[in-house]
Design a protein around this ligand. Structure first.
Ligand code: SAM
Ligand code: PRE
Length: 242
C-alpha cells in the first residue's frame, strides 16, 4: 500500500533543507507521482529505452535509484543478459529499494548499492539512467559527473537524463512554475505544502536551463541529444555516445 505524503502539510516554523531521509523514503512513491507530471510515462519509457539500447553482457546503471521504481521498470522489460546496478547514497532509500525489488519476480540480475555516485567508479555500461538525480548534485559537480558517465559508456551507449529545469526568461519561467503548482494542487497538495516544500528544496535543488544541459552534455562528448519528454518544467532526454 502506498503511504500518503503529508510531510509538509502542517505549518513548519523552521524549514530545514530537503533530504532523502527515512520520512521521505516512506512516502516517496506517492510524493514523486503527485509531484512530477508524467512520472509513470517516464518510468515506462525508461524501461523501454533501456531494453532497446542495452548491449549484451554490459552494465545498466540507475544512478540515484531512490526506492527503485525506474530500476523495476528496467528489470521487467529487459530481455538481454545485463546486470542492473542501482545506486543511492541514502540508506533509507536503498533499504526501500531492496524491499520493493524483492517483491517482484522480474528475473533480472539487479544489485542495489549504497554509494555516492560522484565517488564510485563506473564499469563499462551501455545504458545509464539519471532520473531526477543530477539536479541534487552541487552545480559544480555536474560536469564532472557527466564526464565520468561518458567515459563509462560504450560506443552506442546512452544516458537518459530527466530533470526539472528553469526557463531562460522570468515570465516563461513563471508560466511553467504556475502550471506545475496547479498540477500539484490538482493532486491534493495545499498551497502551504507546495510553498513549504519549495523552501525546503531551494538550497539543495538548483535547476539548470535547457541550454545549460545541452551545452554541458555536448562539452562532455554526447551527441544526438533528444528531449523525448517535456511537460511544464520537467523533461527527460536521451544523449548518445557514438
Ligand atoms: C528525486 S530522487 C530520484 C528518483 C528516482 N531516480 C526515480 O526514478 O524514482 C533523487 C535521488 O538521488 C539520490 N542522490 C542524490 N545525490 C546522490 C549522490 N551523490 N549519490 C547517490 N545518490 C544520490 C537521493 O538520495 C535520491 O534518492
Ligand atoms: O515537488 C516538487 O516541487 C519538485 O520539484 C519535484 C521533485 C523532483 O523534481 O525530484 C523534488 C523532490 C522530490 O524528490 C520529488 C520531486
Amino acid at each position: 500500500m502506498r503511504k500518503n505524503d503529508n510531510l509538509f502539510s502542517q505549518p513548519i516554523t523552521d524549514i530545514t533543507d530537503f533530504s532523502f531521509d527515512q520520512n521521505v523514503a516512506q512516502v516517496f512513491p506517492d510524493m514523486i507521482n503527485r509531484s512530477i507530471p508524467g512520472y509513470p510515462l517516464i518510468i515506462d519509457n525508461i524501461g523501454y529505452l533501456s531494453e532497446q539500447y542495452a548491449q549484451e553482457q554490459t552494465v545498466i546503471y540507475d544512478l540515484g535509484c531512490a526506492t527503485g521504481i525506474a530500476t523495476l521498470s528496467i528489470a521487467k522489460q529487459l530481455t538481454k543478459s545485463c546486470p542492473i546496478i542501482a545506486i543511492d547514497n541514502s540508506l533509507s532509500m536503498v533499504e526501500k529499494a531492496t524491499q520493493y525489488l524483492g517483491q517482484y519476480n522480474h528475473g533480472a540480475d539487479v544489485s542495489i548499492r549504497l554509494d555516492d555516485i560522484t565517488l564510485t567508479d563506473l564499469q563499462p555500461a551501455s545504458v545509464i539512467i539519471m532520473n531526477f538525480t543530477l539536479q541534487f548534485l552541487a552545480p559544480e559537480q555536474r560536469a564532472q559527473m557527466l564526464a565520468k558517465i561518458y567515459d563509462a559508456l560504450l560506443p552506442g551507449g546512452i544516458l537518459i537524463l530527466s530533470e526539472k529545469f528553469k526557463a531562460e526568461e522570468e515570465l516563461p519561467n513563471k508560466v511553467l512554475i504556475d502550471l506545475h503548482h496547479q498540477f500539484k494542487k490538482n493532486n491534493g497538495y495545499s498551497d502551504l505544502e507546495i510553498s513549504q516544500k519549495r523552501t525546503a528544496l531551494e538550497n539543495v535543488m538548483k535547476t539548470d536551463t535547457m541550454s545549460t544541459h545541452f551545452q554541458r552534455l555536448t562539452a562532455s562528448g554526447f551527441t544526438n541529444i533528444t528531449t523525448w519528454f517535456s511537460c511544464f518544467n520537467f523533461m527527460s532526454l536521451i544523449a548518445h555516445k557514438e
